[in-house]
Design a protein around this ligand. Sequence first.
Ligand SMILES: Nc1nc2c(ncn2[C@@H]2O[C@H](COP(=O)(O)OP(=O)(O)OP(=O)(O)O)[C@@H](O)[C@H]2O)c(=O)[nH]1
Ligand SMILES: [Mg+2]
Length: 204
Amino acid sequence: MGSATSELPARRTPLADAAETGLKIVVVGGFGVGKTTMVRSVSEIRPLNTEEVMTQAGVGIDETTGVQEKTTTTVAFDFGRISLTERMVLYLFGAPGQERFWFLWDRLFSGTLGAVVLVDTRRMDDSWYAIDRLEHHGTPFVVAVNRFDGGGRHSLDEIRQALALPEHVPMIDCDARVRSSVKHVLITLVDHLYDMALAQERTP
Ligand SMILES: Nc1nc2c(ncn2[C@@H]2O[C@H](COP(=O)(O)OP(=O)(O)OP(=O)(O)O)[C@@H](O)[C@H]2O)c(=O)[nH]1
Ligand SMILES: [Mg+2]
């Protein structure tokens, strides 16, 4: 007799089987800032992507300045997984960046512990919506600056000012293509969540 469980693909690692806590993290940011790349770089499973080829129909609608070589775009979300410890697994969701898919974000934020806002300094305005939505939902976040070639060398302090980010929001540089760099971003986020939880506990 077949059961639903026995029909699941045998891809789970022993670590994931032992995991007791799944933490949902979302990666948000403007169009083409590297969200899919980030999830791909760090996921220990082959990530689920919902990429579609961009067509002529998007010309004039999709703002591709700075990412002209981009040929695909996320139309739903990216999904990846990373084991933090034997009992703790991060589930990573990459949001779609194009404005016409932003209506999906609020659903994606449901049950989210924290978020990474990925920023491209060449197109900083695209970050506003992400920050605004996260603040609206009360979701803690860190800001990771994906340094594309030719992205200038604005200091993190300058970027913080431009985004009007409060001091307590951690900011770091990253390269979304490099696994160790993305890991560092996620560790920064988990540390931030931990600090916030401790601060809340201390509040009488
Ligand atoms: N030079 C450089 N290219 C990058 C970096 N990160 C991503 N890219 C490239 O930038 C392009 C956009 O990356 P994606 O990961 O598709 O961006 P996205 O934010 O998921 O895009 P949407 O889902 O369409 O909003 C791809 O061609 C990546 O290879 C980076 O740090 N440096
Ligand atoms: Mg994407």
